[in-house]
Design a protein around this ligand. Structure first.
Ligand code: ADP
Length: 425
């Protein structure tokens, strides 16, 4: 039970941290957007100020209206300044570039005089500001049709310029984001480590228990067998000898488990390959499991390939693989009926173990091969186990460059299929 709660708490912590990180990222994005709008507004204000300055520097029009009325901003990157026809473009350019520098606008600008009689630009000039950020100057100035002459100021790189102004904010936001990601990753890593540690602690506790009980039973049986008059009671003698054998088998089983665990920790598996009859290997495995099969009234059907049942693989490891699959098929079924078949398909030797057990939910089918993964339905597991068996199985099959597949329907059963490639046959 405690393991389930721990994993729930862990999930909650991860969920909350993810939500917090998402919130911070959203706030950052909103903040960056606000800065962008602020910079865009500032740009606009500075341009307006420059144009006002220009009106003060030189006479542009004789119209007796306020400057605001003479400026138009039809698109974000274009400003139209109403002028009279007779205007000296060179003086205008000189004055305008001074004003732009004064107000700190350092992005390239195209200036042109619009002739309302022909409805096109007559003079086009390019203001090369000292620190201007040039990308390319080959931008055509968009035409805004008006029935009066105007000078257009067109800023082809306005957006880039504004983003450049935001450089500091972008760098700080990105740094914060990276710090957050690193922080999140370390928290996740630490929790994962803690989670694994706790599982391992449970595991050691359980295992100690698994060893202690049979050992004390053997000790008692040994004591009984040492009684001086035991030979006069052959029934008792055979009963206690039987107990010792039974407990030893149990211990052997546990030792095998321990080996599997040590094995799964190993990075590179050393396979000792040989040629052998896979059908025989399966028969031996079934034979070895006879006590368990009888105890749970298991029905096992087999359908074996008759020609070429020989594979080239690590026999003892493959034996444990088969034992693990049959054990699971028995463990996760009420009244186990198991079908084991071997066949060849597409250059692979197949071993299929089919059961009529509880089945595995779709979302868990990939994960069951992970170390310590066990399917939980929110309650405590009814069957003992550590979630290592299938991880071990997969490791062995991977080392043989084979594949393992699972197909399962909840409540109906599962089939595990091992495929051993041609080179290993
Ligand atoms: P363990 O059986 O020790 O828990 P395994 O690695 O052998 O570990 O299996 C992982 C999980 O996969 C099991 O906890 C179980 O939930 C599920 N599982 C494995 N085999 C079967 C099966 N034949 N039928 C239903 N569920 C299975």
């Amino acid at each position: 039970m405690s393991m389930v709660i721990r994993s729930k708490a862990l999930r909650l912590v991860i969920l909350i941290s993810t939500l917090l990180v998402a919130l911070i990222i959203t706030v950052q994005l909103v903040w960056l957007q606000k800065v962008y709008f602020f910079e865009a507004k500032q740009f606009n204000i500075n341009i307006s100020k420059s144009i006002r300055g220009l009106y003060e520097d030189m006479p542009l029009t004789h119209e007796p209206v306020g400057v605001e009325k003479l400026i138009e901003n039809p698109s974000n990157d274009a400003y139209l300044i109403k002028v009279d026809h007779a205007i000296n473009m060179d003086t205008l350019l000189k004055n305008l570039s001074n004003e732009l520098v004064d107000f700190g606008i350092f992005t390239d600008c195209k200036v042109a005089l619009f002739d309302n009689t022909t409805q096109q630009y007559v003079i086009e000039k390019y203001i090369d500001l000292p620190d201007a950020y040039h990308l390319s100057v080959n931008h055509d100035i968009p035409v805004f049709e008006r029935n009066y002459p105007y000078v257009i100021m067109y800023f082809p790189h306005r957006s880039q310029y504004i983003i450049q102004q935001m450089f500091f904010w972008i760098v700080t936001s990105s740094t914060l984001l990276i710090v957050l990601i690193c922080f999140g990753a370390s928290v996740f890593y630490l929790y994962r480590q803690k989670f694994l540690n706790e599982i391992q602690k449970d595991f050691v506790n359980n295992f100690t228990h698994e060893f202690k009980t049979p050992l004390s039973v053997i000790k008692i049986a040994g004591d009984v067998l040492q009684q001086p008059n035991i030979t006069q009671n052959p029934e008792k003698l055979s009963k206690y000898a039987g107990i010792i054998t039974e407990q030893t088998v149990h211990l052997q089983h546990q030792v095998q488990r321990l080996l599997e665990i040590a094995f799964t920790e190993q990075r590179n598996l050393q396979l000792v390959k040989e040629k052998f009859d896979a059908n025989d290997l399966i028969k031996n495995a079934i034979n070895d499991m006879q006590p368990l099969i009888e105890e749970k009234n298991v029905v096992i059907h087999t359908s074996f390939i008759t020609t070429e049942p020989v594979v080239y693989a690590d026999k003892s490891h493959l034996f444990l693989v088969i034992i693990n699959l049959i054990e699971n098929a028995i463990k996760y079924a009420q009244k186990p009926v198991i079908e084991i078949s071997t066949y060849r398909k597409e250059n692979y030797f197949h071993i299929a173990v089919k059961d009529n057990g509880i089945g595995i939910p779709k979302e868990d089918q990939k994960k069951i091969f992970e170390r310590f993964y066990r399917v939980t339905d929110g309650n405590l597991h009814q069957n003992k186990g550590f979630g290592l068996g299938l991880h071990f199985v997969k490791k062995i099959i991977d080392a043989h460059f084979g594949e393992i597949e699972v197909d399962s329907t909840l409540g109906e059963g599962s089939v595990f299929i091992i495929k051993i490639p041609k080179n290993y046959i």
